[in-house]
Design a protein around this ligand. Structure first.
Ligand code: GCU
Length: 436
């Protein structure tokens, strides 16, 4: 390298790289929030094994009949809201509109139409099945952020007509050809199919577009325009979770899928959604949240990274209105996020964090899943030693735990990578092998 090049160009180049990194850091970790473990306030978590009446919960029957319904009710009332779609009045029509072979397996595309007396809502499901199927296959079900065509460069995938958030390949909130495959690094279809799993995905914005319009569009249209949002009416996370359950209904009609091995997973806001769907819909056999953070797996009382006030301010449509009562009042809420995770028990639960994703509070996610052990123990599960070791404010990046519940801390930023998928599949294999 010529020295003049080095002198003139490299400082500029390093400056650009540094600026990009600083920009990413600022975006990923907005200023004015706590990222310092020593500044986490003292807090007490709501007790999982103590009923509202004060009664101690000491058996799985008491958990199932008393405490679990209480916690579910509190989460509906104070956090995510109640779903108001009258399922019995909704007509559902499903049609296969396309299918073909790909390098790794078969692709099928379904159009699912929900109609009420007011409106129709269309949800496009993209399905991949492994090449050879000898018996019904287990599958991953997850919503995607920018349309089915972003999960793979596959030219046959239908481009969504729904509203999409700004991003690559999006013009005036409409998806275009340029977006094809732009999220493929987050969906390791080859690894999924070659391990014998199927994949079902759909675009979350077809269920409810992700902006605040006072709950008028998406599935809220099924309820008619005169409906009023109540303080405990479901928000968008609840709507997306409703969509996941409708996809579970669809999977139940497909002979290629093993209905007892449905895995629901999601990243970030869709990780929050996966947890809420898993909490409510017990047909979901295994739940995975990836970097779900505030309102997902992370303990809100820690006030580390994103806070309840910030999430309710930036995304006023995600939760029910009641949730704003806990802006800067985290300790007044009758539940915290470990309460959400506890509702997955005794089904396998996996929480995935990333070491640079401080906004989502990786350590708070770890503490939250660790807290649920108490509920799994009611079901007789013995836990590996690593959960009882007192890890002082840290889990080493690269660590992963697999068992009835699992956790990993990937090195790196807020994202979903093939490394994450490898761990998800190992976790599913471990737990599903015990189902036989
Ligand atoms: C924002 C938001 C998070 C959310 C994330 C995402 O960063 O503050 O709560 O998880 O977006 O969904 O991408």
């Amino acid at each position: 390298m010529k020295s003049s090049f080095r002198i003139k160009v490299l400082p500029y180049f390093s400056f650009v790289i540094l600026s990009i990194n600083v920009f990413h850091y600022m975006m990923a970790q907005p200023k004015g929030y706590n990222y310092d473990e020593s500044k986490v306030p003292d807090y007490q978590l709501p007790l999982l094994l103590r009923a509202d009446s004060g009664k101690k919960i000491s058996s799985r029957d008491e958990w199932k009949s008393i405490r679990r319904p209480e916690i579910l009710h509190h989460l509906e009332q104070e956090v995510y809201g109640k779903n108001e779609i009258p399922l019995e009045q909704i007509k559902v029509q499903t049609s296969l509109i396309e299918s073909g072979d790909t390098e790794y397996g078969t692709r099928k595309q379904y159009r699912i139409v929900f109609s009420s007396k007011y409106k129709e809502v269309v949800l496009n499901a993209l399905v991949y099945l492994p090449k050879t199927i000898k018996k019904p296959v287990p599958l991953f079900l997850g919503l995607n952020f920018r349309g089915n065509h972003t999960v793979s460069p596959d030219k046959e995938i239908i481009i969504t007509k729904a509203w999409v958030r700004p991003g690559k390949g999006i013009i005036n909130n409409c998806a275009t050809e340029d977006g094809r495959g732009t999220s493929s690094s987050r969906w390791d279809i080859q690894q999924i199919l070659s391990n014998g799993y199927g994949l079902v995905t759909a675009y979350y914005g077809e269920i409810d577009p992700d902006f605040d319009d006072n709950f008028k569009n998406g599935i809220y249209e099924l309820l008619g325009s005169n409906r009023k949002q109540k303080p405990d009416s479901g928000g968008s996370i609840d709507a997306w979770a409703w969509g996941l359950s409708r996809l579970v209904d669809f999977i139940h009609t497909q002979p290629a899928f093993d209905k007892n091995r449905i895995i629901v997973l999601g990243h970030s806001r869709l990780g929050k959604t996966a947890l809420w769907a898993g909490a409510k819909d017990q047909r979901i056999a295994l739940v995975i949240s990836n970097n779900s953070g505030c309102g997902g797996a992370a303990i809100s009382r820690r006030c580390f990274g994103e806070t309840i006030k910030r999430i309710n301010t930036s995304f006023p449509h995600w939760f029910c209105k009641n949730y704003s009562k806990y802006n800067e009042q985290e300790d007044k809420c009758i539940v915290d996020q470990h309460s959400l995770l506890s509702l997955i028990a005794p089904r396998p639960l996996y929480v995935a964090s990333a070491s640079e994703d401080l906004w989502a509070d990786p350590y708070g996610e770890y503490l939250s899943i660790k807290e649920t052990i108490k509920v799994y123990q009611l079901y007789g599960y013995k836990f590996d030693k690593y959960w009882s070791e007192d890890i002082e404010h840290k889990v080493n990046p690269g660590t992963s735990y697999t068992g009835k519940i699992g956790y990993h801390l990937r090195k790196g930023k807020h994202d979903v990578t093939s490394w994450d998928w490898e761990k998800f599949i190992q976790f599913a294999e471990y737990n599903f092998s015990k189902l036989n």
